[in-house]
Write a protein that binds this ligand. Sequence first.
Ligand SMILES: [Zn+2]
Length: 167
Amino acid sequence: MKKYPKEGNRQFIETGYIWPISKSVTPDEMNTSFGPRINNNKWNFHEGCDLPAPLGTPVYAMHSGEIVSAGDGDNNFSSRHVVIQSVDPTNSKSIFLVYLHLSYIDDKNIKKGVKVEIGQYIGNVGSDGATYPHLHFEFREGTISHGSSIHPLIFYHITILPIFMVK
Ligand SMILES: [Zn+2]
């Protein structure tokens, strides 16, 4: 993990992930981030980031890894989804990259047990199980189970960490 020189009270780190729509190493447009939010007039905890995009926009692997789940909504995932298992470069734990609401999965190449490369096309933005077309993505650490999500922006090139958080 590369650390860049401190700039004032900020520091930039590089962890080797790309943004799932633009392939940029920096975060791009998003409308709901990780954390508490009001949904249907109630507070809940949003476990990922939502990226609004036109129906059919291509979606890419944020990191190299292995497909551990891909397909329609099931008991574990509420919508058409892909999950890639990779390794967190900051602590070598398993990290599960979850993509939800897809309209289409590249089912020739994206199926359980198959390896994918960073930047590989995996499917398209949709509104399956959602009220508008967007990509919801999550980083689940240690286990694929719901409730293990951590903040996705930790994993991006220009993630801004106040100095007091940097050891
Ligand atoms: Zn979401």
